[in-house]
Design a protein around this ligand. Structure first.
Ligand code: GLC
Length: 462
């Protein structure tokens, strides 16, 4: 018999309420897709003041938790299938300063989530049969819940792990011996929250099959892969499952289809270039956080190689914000190539839509990419990706089919990719064939939601 699938999905962001990155998109769209296939999926995120001010959702109740020596109240607010947990001291905003403060904040949230399961049973006669955690922010939950409810931990980015002082365990009233890494005695003073999540969860997954393989193989020498190895050795499950993300076709509601895209692209490109003061040339864009992961240093070197040889080769429009040093570097490139390069240093969803719709190609030079959503969104908008051969990029792009792949971190690889793109752009038939294939690739949640459902069932049956 199929077990009852009542799944509580936990994260620190969810579209449309609050978004920092791709995790927010996933938490906004996956639960909807799951509900369509009869999984009762509900979501919990913190009730940040920004959400409270904007939405003013109704309060459905509150409960207490003991955090360290203090009794704290947690307010519960609700909108549809999403619950918001509120506490002025710990959950008013994301505290990004101070590693221990960050850890304490999410320790509080995780403890509040664990207590929430009793609250919601009393309040609504509903209880989760499975808790689906996401990233290190939820890494204490499997440890705290101690298998009373099975847990799945999905890793969206293994590079963010949540290191901090083990004193956080006192706040959670957790004894050292419960913590697997501390029990081994190394390191004694520090705790790795994601690592503990990996060791304690009933099952672990990540957001693409290739990334699952990368992080369990060696993962650039990062010791975190040892946690994953240790799980395998303990025979806890059959390794880390990789399930590729989908995108929400309602948000990315491109009107382009195989018959109409050329007309639409032409119009949108004209508007885009006009608004940017650029001439009509093949146009490449970049959209993303300006972080080391995203490989902008590789992109600016490639731009330099292309434009220093031929000023008329292409336009480049870069959108995103992040590390000041990276922002400075891309601004410098825009100053050097005033006729061809534009940089918009902000987080701007509206402009992103215009770029997807108006650019011919999107460059994704990530050093690693667990899944990546922008290549899928771009393809919905008839914009072909040129991307590093890594993680989810490798799993969603077929080289020469619906985009181009190059060896990660290779400037000459990217330059060749851009040159190939320029060449097929000239030979119309080849270009059109590729765009058609991109538009026809299915990136909806349909397939992946079924894979999650199957994984939930496997976990409950194990
Ligand atoms: C993280 C990853 C990205 C992935 C997203 C959603 O932001 O870096 O590759 O698409 O999570 O899973």
């Amino acid at each position: 018999m199929t077990p009852a699938l009542r799944v509580l999905i936990i994260g620190y962001e969810a579209v449309p309420f609050f978004k920092c990155g791709g995790l927010g998109d996933v938490l906004g769209s996956l639960p909807k897709a799951l509900r369509e296939i009869n999984v009762d999926a509900r979501v919990i995120i913190p009730y940040y003041l920004d959400i409270e001010k904007k939405y003013k959702f109704p309060k459905i109740g509150e409960y207490s938790i003991v955090f360290g020596g203090d009794i704290e109240r947690v307010g519960v607010y609700e909108s549809g299938h999403v619950y918001f947990l509120s506490n002025r001291k710990y959950l008013a905003s994301i505290n990004t300063r101070g590693r221990n403060k960050k850890i304490d904040q999410f320790a509080f949230f995780d403890l509040a989530v664990v207590e929430f399961s009793s609250f919601i049973l009393e309040k609504k006669k509903w209880y989760p049969t499975l808790i689906h955690c996401n990233d290190w922010h939820t890494g204490f939950i499997p440890l705290l819940i101690e298998q009373r409810i099975p847990t799945l931990l999905t890793i969206h980015n293994l590079n963010y792990q949540g290191w901090g002082s083990r004193e956080v365990l006192d706040l959670l009233h957790v004894k050292d011996e419960k913590v697997k890494e501390l029990r081994r005695g190394v390191p004694v003073s520090e705790i790795n929250v994601l690592g503990e999540g990996i060791l304690h969860a009933t099952a672990v997954s990540t957001v693409s099959p290739s990334y699952a393989h990368e992080i369990t193989s060696n993962y650039d020498g990062d010791p975190i892969h040892l946690y994953l190895k240790r799980r395998e050795k303990a025979g806890k499950d059959h390794g880390v499952k990789g399930i590729i993300n989908g995108i929400d076709y309602a948000t990315w509601n491109s009107k382009y289809d195989v018959a109409s895209w050329e007309k639409g692209k032409k119009k949108n490109k004209e508007m885009l270039l006009k608004s940017m003061g650029l001439s009509d040339r093949p146009t490449f864009c970049f959209i993303g956080r300006m972080a080391r992961q995203k490989g902008l240093d590789i992109l600016v070197r490639a731009i330099d190689k292309i434009l220093s040889k031929d000023k008329n080769a292409a336009n480049f429009i870069l959108l995103g914000s992040g590390m000041p040093a990276i922002e400075k570097m891309v601004k410098k490139t825009a100053n050097t190539y005033k006729d061809n390069v534009r940089v918009e240093l902000s987080y701007n969803e509206e402009f992103a839509h215009k770029l997807y719709a108006g650019a011919d190609f999107i460059v994704i030079p990530s050093r690693y990419e667990p899944c990546g959503l922008i290549q899928m969104i771009a393809m919905r908008y008839a914009t072909l990706p040129i991307a590093s051969k890594t993680g989810g990029l490798k799993d969603t792009i077929s080289h020469g089919g619906n985009g181009f792949l190059f060896e990660k971190e290779s400037v000459s690889g990217l330059v060749n990719g851009i040159k190939k793109a320029l060449a097929i752009y000239q030979s119309h038939s080849h270009y059109k064939r590729m765009v058609k294939s991109a538009l026809q690739t299915d990136f909806s949640w349909n397939k992946s939601a079924l894979l999650y459902k199957k994984l939930y069932i496997d976990i409950l049956n194990s």
